[in-house]
Design a protein around this ligand. Structure first.
Ligand code: M6R
Length: 609
C-alpha cells in the first residue's frame, strides 16, 4: 500500500520522480523518500507528506539520471524516518523501494543478522537489500536480485539500484502492482499508469515473479530463473489532463463531474443494433451463458456495493441466482461452488489483495471467471478468464465515484446480455433497457445541476456527528455506498440500512440531531412503504433528506429537503441516485476542511490483506 516510481535515462531523475510520486501519494502518505545514483547513491527521506519532506530537506540537490522514489503507508514498523523508504544494505550501495509485504521477513532477518548484517529499520523491506548484498558476494546485480527473491514469500513491487552498476535499474513484482513506462528519454517504473502519463503512453506490464532490467534505452524481462520472457509494449490512451485536477478543487469533485463522460465511454461500442457486444472481453459463448446456474460476485468496499446492485439486476431481470461475497471472506472459507457457476470479481484498481486472492481461489475450483475492472493489465484482469473494462479513466481520489457508476453500467450491460441469451426478457424490454442506459449520461448531467441544493444541505448539517442512509431494493446498496462515502471523506459516522429494517433497531438512534437520507426513487412496490418510513423518522424529530424521482409530489411534502433525479427504469435509478450522495459527502468533508482526496488512514488500493 505504498507508491513507487523509478527512472533511468538521460534526463534529470529527481524532478520526474517527484512529479510521479506526487500523483501516487494517494497510495500512502506517512513518509516519503528518494534515492539518486551519482557516484554512489544519495538517499533522502523523512516522515510526513511529500510536501512536508520537501520543506524539511533541500531535495533539489539530488542530481543524477537514475533513481527511485517511494511514498509509504506503514505496515511493518511505525512511522519513523528510519522506516521510511528507500532502504539500503550495509554498504549503502544497494538501495530498494518496495510495496507489499514480505511474509517471512523475520526468519530472513535472523539469518542475515547471524551473517553480521546490520539493520537500521524495523521494516520487512530492508531484508531484501541485505539479501541482495549477500548474493552479490557471488553473483552479478540482477542475478543477486533474482536469487534473493527466490527466498522471499509474500507480495512485492520492487525497484532496486546498485552503486556498482549505475546503468541499471532492476524491478520485480509479485502480487503488487508495478508497470514499466517506455519513454523517449529513458525508462520508468511506477505503481500505476497516471504517475507516468506526463512522460509516456507506452507501457509494459510485468507479471508475477518476473524481473525487469532497465537500461537508459532498454528493457529485458526474465523469470526468477533468469529465462528471458517476451513482452508487449501497450499504448494507453489516457491523457495527462485525465490524471490532473483540471480546475476542480479536488480529484473527488472532478471525478464526480466526469461521470456522464465515463458512462458514455463505458457504453461506447458496446451497444449495436439492439445488442450488447462485448467482443471477446467476457470470453463466454451463448451456450456457456445459457449454462450458467449461479453467479457469485466478489469485491471489497465500493466494488462490493456495485456487486449488490449487480445481484439485484441479475436476479430481477436475467433470473440467475446470484450471491455477493466480500472477497476477504470468500477466500478464507470453503465456498460451495457448482460446476456452472460464473464468478465475477469487481475491482477499480484490479490490485486489491483480497479480490485478487479470492478470484484465484475461484479459478482453482475450476469455474469460469470474469473481471470488471478499470485498470488495463492489472492483476485481476490477468487472472480472470475474461475482463470487461470500465472506461472511467484514472480515478485518483481515494473515494471511489466514477469507478462505481461505470461498474454499475457494465453490470447492467451484462444483465442485458444474459437476459437476452436466456430469453428472460422480450425484445421490447431489452430495447427499453438499452434506451434507458443511453439516456443516463445526460440524466447524470442534470443530477449534477442539483449541486447547489446539496451544498445547502451540507452547510446545514456538516456539524452533525451521525447519520443514517436508508434505501430499498436496488437502492439499498446505494444507501450503503452513500454512508461509506460520507464516513471515508468526512469522518462523520454514517450507517446504511434497508429502509424497512430501521424499525428493528436503528430507529432508536433518531432524534432532532440525526439526518436521515432516504434513497427513494419511484418504485411501484415500495414507494408507499418508504413514505411511511419517512413519517416514522419525522415523528421522532429526525431530519429527512430524500432523493426522489422528478414529478414525485408526495416526498417533498414530507421531507425537509428533496433532491430530484430524472425518471428512468428502476434498475437504473441507482446510477443516478448515488450522485447526490457523493456530492453530499464531498461538500460536508470540504466544509469540515478534510483532506478529501487522501483521507486519513486510507489508501486507494488495499494491496495488503
Ligand atoms: O480497487 P478496488 O475497487 O478493488 O477497491 C476496493 C475498495 O478498497 C474501495 O472501493 C474502497 O472501499 C474505496 N475507498 C471506497 O470509496
Amino acid at each position: 500500500m505504498c507508491g513507487i516510481v523509478g527512472y533511468i535515462g538521460n534526463g534529470e531523475a529527481y524532478p520526474m520522480l517527484l512529479k510521479g510520486l506526487k500523483s501516487l501519494e494517494y497510495r500512502g502518505y506517512d513518509s516519503a523518500g528518494f534515492a539518486i545514483v551519482n557516484k554512489g547513491i544519495a538517499i533522502e527521506k523523512d516522515i510526513g507528506r511529500i510536501e512536508d519532506v520537501e520543506k524539511k530537506i533541500d531535495l533539489s540537490m539530488l542530481k543524477g539520471s537514475a533513481g527511485l522514489a517511494h511514498c509509504r503507508w506503514a505496515t511493518h514498523g511505525s512511522v519513523t524516518k528510519s522506516n521510511a523508504h528507500p532502504h539500503a544494505d550495509c554498504s549503502n550501495k544497494i538501495v530498494v523501494v518496495h510495496n507489499g509485504i514480505i511474509e517471512n521477513y523475520s526468519q530472513l532477518k535472523e539469518k542475515l543478522m547471524q551473517k553480521n548484517h546490520a539493520f537500521s529499520s524495523e521494516t520487512d523491506t530492508e531484508v531484501i537489500a541485505h539479501l541482495i548484498e549477500e548474493y552479490m558476494k557471488n553473483s552479478g546485480f540482477e542475478e543477486a536480485v533474482r536469487n534473493a527473491l527466490k527466498e522471499v514469500n509474500g507480495s512485492y513491487a520492487l525497484g532496486v539500484i546498485c552503486a556498482d552498476e549505475p546503468d541499471k535499474l532492476v524491478a520485480a513484482r509479485n502480487e503488487s502492482p508495478l508497470i514499466i513506462g517506455k519513454g523517449s528519454n529513458g525508462m520508468f517504473i511506477a505503481s500505476d499508469i497516471p504517475a507516468l502519463l506526463e512522460y509516456t503512453n507506452s507501457f509494459v506490464y510485468l507479471h508475477d515473479r518476473e524481473t525487469a532490467v532497465l537500461g537508459k534505452g532498454s528493457i529485458a524481462i526474465s523469470d526468477l530463473e533468469g529465462a528471458k520472457k517476451n513482452f508487449k509494449v501497450s499504448r494507453i490512451n489516457w491523457s495527462r489532463e485525465d490524471a490532473e485536477k483540471g480546475g476542480y478543487k479536488h480529484f473527488m469533485l472532478k471525478e464526480i463531474y466526469e461521470q456522464p463522460r465515463a458512462i458514455t465511454e463505458t457504453l461506447n461500442g458496446r451497444l449495436k443494433n439492439g445488442n450488447v457486444i462485448f467482443e471477446e472481453e467476457i470470453n463466454l459463448s451463448d451456450k456457456e451463458i445459457l449454462e450458467i446456474e449461479d453467479v457469485k460476485i466478489i469485491g471489497c468496499g465500493t466494488s462490493w456495493h456495485a456487486a449488490l446492485v449487480g445481484k439485484f439486476m441479475f436476479e430481477e431481470l436475467a433470473k440467475i441466482t446470484t450471491e455477493v461475497e466480500y472477497a476477504s471472506e470468500f477466500r478464507y472459507r470453503n465456498p460451495i461452488i457448482k460446476k456452472n457457476t460464473l464468478v465475477i470479481a469487481i475491482s477499480q484498481s484490479g490490485e486489491t489483495a483480497d479480490t485478487v486472492a479470492a478470484l484465484k481461489e475461484a479459478k482453482k475450483l475450476g469455474v469460469k471467471t470474469i473481471a470488471i475492472c478499470n485498470v488495463r493489465g492489472s492483476s485481476i484482469t490477468r487472472a480472470a478468464d475474461g475482463a470487461v473494462y470500465t472506461m472511467a479513466g484514472p480515478e485518483i481520489g481515494v473515494a471511489s465515484t466514477k469507478a462505481f457508476t461505470t461498474q454499475l453500467a457494465v453490470l447492467y450491460l451484462l444483465t442485458i446480455l444474459f437476459s437476452k441469451a436466456r430469453k428472460t426478457l422480450n425484445d421490447r424490454q431489452i430495447k427499453d433497457m438499452i434506451d434507458g442506459i443511453r439516456k443516463i449520461p445526460l440524466q447524470m448531467a442534470s443530477v449534477l445541476n442539483e449541486d447547489m441544493e446539496i451544498m445547502n444541505c451540507a452547510e446545514l448539517y456538516h456539524k452533525k456527528t451521525n447519520s443514517l442512509y436508508l434505501g430499498r431494493g436496488v437502492n439499498f446498496p446505494i444507501a450503503l455506498e452513500g454512508a461509506l462515502k460520507l464516513k471515508e471523506v468526512s469522518y462523520m459516522h454514517a450507517e446504511g440500512y434497508p429502509a424497512a429494517e430501521m424499525k428493528h433497531g436503528p430507529i432508536a438512534l433518531i432524534d432532532e440531531n440525526m439526518p436521515v437520507v432516504f434513497i427513494a426513487p419511484h418504485d411501484i412496490y415500495t414507494h408507499s412503504k418508504i413514505l411511511g418510513n419517512i413519517e416514522e423518522v419525522k415523528a421522532r424529530g429526525g431530519i429527512v433528506i430524500a432523493i426522489a424521482t422528478e414529478g414525485d409530489s408526495e416526498i417533498p411534502k414530507k421531507a425537509g429537503h428533496t433532491i430530484f433525479i430524472p425518471k428512468t427504469l428502476y434498475t437504473l435509478s441507482s446510477m443516478l441516485a448515488v450522485i447526490p450522495l457523493q456530492l453530499l459527502a464531498y461538500h460536508i468533508a470540504d466544509k469540515l476542511g478534510r483532506d478529501i482526496d487522501k483521507p486519513r488512514n486510507l489508501a486507494k488500493s488495499v494491496v495488503v490483506e
